[in-house]
Design a protein around this ligand. Structure first.
Ligand code: ADP
Length: 462
């Protein structure tokens, strides 16, 4: 068959367009740093929202028992602890219980009320189960900490306006509203005796929690379904900050870097995926580097090479279905070390209906690698951009000493190639000497899945 002949140009072009040589990475890192500055100068000054977290020091200063509800692409995780008991670090967590609740697909496209009613009823069930286990003084409402992983313009520690939905959510009636009020109202509708007293972005929660264990943590990055990053900023460098006092002189800035778009190497596959998305033109960095999209980009490439005859004459219908191929699938294929790439063949067949011989499987693996390498290296450049910005403002205090970047998210955790490429890009950009000072730790909680990093323990210090 002549398939290799017709596929070669498509593949060569893809590799060329997705290449991330050092000068390109430098440019991306510089652009990230510049966008951060622009976003700190004035609201709306940049793609990056650079949101004030109102978190100057966490986790101290909280009251009573918290139920953390983490809302993301499909899970809510409540758990609780007692920050009032001032024992050792471990003792402050009196218990963690968690429950994962999938958010039904239809609620992702439904009304705000329906979604928040669902969350409130999840909390209700959870609270009922733990019942009398935790003593609350009478007349006292249960205080809830709300961890919300979407861009929110925070106006105080317990209020924040949803800027927009991301990660495939398109719930009507929430954008522009205070998400704390949304949840409080839903809890009231259901007669729940609870009140949200702190709203914490999930990235910010990760950073604050990681600093609790390690003072050198300066940056937190989430690479999961979506992506975001936050870091510790000096308040005197934030021009747009008015009237917000911080005794520590520092605050956590939530970059919302998923919206970054400067200098990214994009292909026709990215542009077509973006056009077909519910938020065209938005979250371009997120669409290039995060777990929700990597598999879909690969699928689009595979469809194109299928049309060139690589997988035989007919194109399986499944391969034409958006988002059938998920990032964990391409990750699984890349872990296949066998000579005949048997696992690649069966995953490919089961998920996309594609029948492949060895040479076709090799092409598939290379496509996966190309897309994943691009995404992870760009993520690495973004991290370097943040570190660079911090270093510029405080010479020697970032690059000249141990600085820790706390990493979290299923993509970073479960995709070894992604992790390695990201690390390689950081080392290339910073050079061996400086990169020895920059430590990445993967955070993972002990008992379940929540980004409230109270429950996280560093897994590795590489
Ligand atoms: P969230 O949905 O809140 O981001 P996670 O941090 O757990 O939750 O990230 C889940 C995402 O991580 C999935 O959507 C997927 O993209 C990615 N992921 C999960 N498992 C794997 C895996 N084995 N290999 C690669 N990516 C994975």
């Amino acid at each position: 068959r002549s398939s290799a002949v017709s596929v070669a140009p498509i593949f060569t072009k893809l590799k060329h367009e997705c290449a991330t040589p050092l000068p390109l990475l430098r440019h991306v890192a510089d652009a990230m740093a510049a966008d951060m500055r622009a976003g700190l100068a004035v609201d709306g000054g940049s793609d990056l929202k650079m949101i004030l977290s109102y978190v100057d020091s966490l986790p101290t200063g909280y009251v009573c028992i918290y139920v953390y509800m983490y809302v993301s692409s499909g899970i809510g995780v409540p758990c609780h602890f007692d920050p009032n008991s001032l024992g050792g670090k471990q003792e402050r967590v009196i218990d963690t219980e968690f429950e994962q609740v999938s958010i039904p697909q239809e609620l992702m496209f439904g009304t705000s009320e329906d979604l928040f009613d669902f969350i409130a009823s999840g909390l209700d069930k959870f609270a009922r189960k733990e019942g009398g286990k935790f003593y609350l003084p009478s007349g006292r409402k249960r205080e809830i900490g709300f961890t919300f992983s979407f861009p929110v313009r925070q106006t105080s520690i317990d209020s924040g306006i949803l800027i927009k939905w991301t990660k495939g959510f398109a719930v009507s009636g929430t954008a522009g509203r205070d998400v704390v009020a949304c949840l409080n109202e839903a809890m009231e509708r259901q007669g729940l005796d609870m009140r949200v007293s702190a709203l914490v972005n999930d990235t910010v929660g990760t950073l604050a929690g990681a600093r609790y264990w390690d003072d050198d943590v300066m940056v937190a990055v989430i690479l999961g379904t979506g992506t975001n990053a936050c870091y510790v900023e000096r308040t005197d460098t934030i021009a747009k900050l008015q009237g917000h006092d911080s005794s520590s002189g520092r605050t956590i800035i939530n970059t919302e870097w998923g919206a970054f778009s400067n200098g990214l190497p994009l292909t026709v596959f990215d542009r077509e995926m973006d056009d077909a998305s519910i938020n065209p033109g938005e979250q371009i960095f997120e669409k290039t580097i995060s777990g929700m999209y990597l598999g879909e980009i690969v699928r689009r490439v595979l469809l194109k090479i299928a049309e060139a005859g690589t997988f035989g004459d007919s194109i399986p219908e499944k391969l034409s279905t958006p988002f059938v191929l998920r990032t964990p699938d391409i990750s699984a294929m890349q872990q296949d070390n066998s000579d005949d790439l048997k696992a690649v063949g069966s995953i490919l067949y089961d998920i996309t209906g594609v029948e492949s011989n060895l040479s076709a499987r090799k092409i598939v693996i290379e496509v996966c690698d190309t897309i994943v390498k691009r995404g992870s290296r760009l993520a690495g450049a973004g991290i370097v951009g943040i570190l660079q910005k911090m270093e510029e403002d405080s010479q020697g205090l970032i690059f000249g000493k141990r600085t820790v970047v706390a990493m979290d998210g299923g993509l970073y955790e479960h995709y070894p190639q992604y992790r390695r490429y990201l690390q390689d890009a950081v080392t290339e950009l910073l050079g061996l000497e400086i990169s020895k000072n920059i430590r990445f730790i993967l955070l993972q909680n002990r008992q379940g899945k929540t980004r409230l990093a109270k429950y996280y323990v560093p897994l590795e210090d590489s």
